[in-house]
Design a protein around this ligand. Structure first.
Ligand code: ZN
Length: 190
């Protein structure tokens, strides 16, 4: 199983044969810092276009601002923009507008899900997990996001692996962090 959290940042965890795989003392599976679009927004790690810069809460807001700047003319009628043009948008505003049928918000969400899908496709091709679980405040904000991620990821997975995995929502929601930490600690003691 490969776990991805979409929240303040984007992080990953890999479970093999029932055990969380500790990759080392420096950190875990850093799917958030795979570069998926070299022309994308700047990331806090110093690179440009990481998954985290498109798919975390702050990343989604940055992506919305970048898309608004580059193609504002096409989206003038979006409810997200005041008469003065694009203003600072939050990820919550973008998702609410998407749920309300806003076309600009739909484009932001499509691009965001697509950038995550590029990294998920590579992860599935590399590790062949049976399940990819999506969690975090943003990742579980709406079932529509999961649908979008599923649709976008499909094309990035090699055809013979496409029926081998499921993309599912995290059932533990926010408590996945403390549960995972406790399991890691127990594994270490054992
Ligand atoms: Zn990064």
């Amino acid at each position: 199983m490969f776990y991805v959290t979409l929240g303040t940042g984007v992080g990953g965890g890999y479970v093999l044969e029932g055990r969380i795989q500790p990759f080392g003392d420096l950190g875990e599976a850093e799917i958030g810092h795979i570069v998926v679009d070299e022309h994308g927004p700047e990331c806090c790690c110093g690179n440009k276009g990481c998954v985290e810069a498109h798919c975390s809460g702050p990343g989604l807001a940055k992506l919305a601002a970048a898309l608004a700047r580059s193609s504002y003319g096409s989206w003038k009628s979006s409810a997200l923009f005041s008469d003065n043009g694009p203003t600072g948008l939050s990820s919550v505003q973008v998702i609410e507008a998407w749920e309300g049928g806003d076309d600009f918000a739909a484009e932001v969400m499509r691009v965001s899900a697509n950038r995550l899908a590029r990294a998920l496709g590579a992860t599935i091709n590399l590790l062949v997990p049976e399940r990819v679980v999506i969690g975090g405040g943003l990742g579980t904000a709406t079932p529509r996001l999961l649908e979008l991620i599923r649709d976008q990821t499909h094309g990035y997975v090699v055809p013979y692996f496409r029926d081998s995995y499921q993309i599912l929502p995290s059932r533990l929601r926010e408590s996945v962090v403390t549960q995972g930490a406790a399991i890691l600690a127990r594994q270490t003691v054992e």
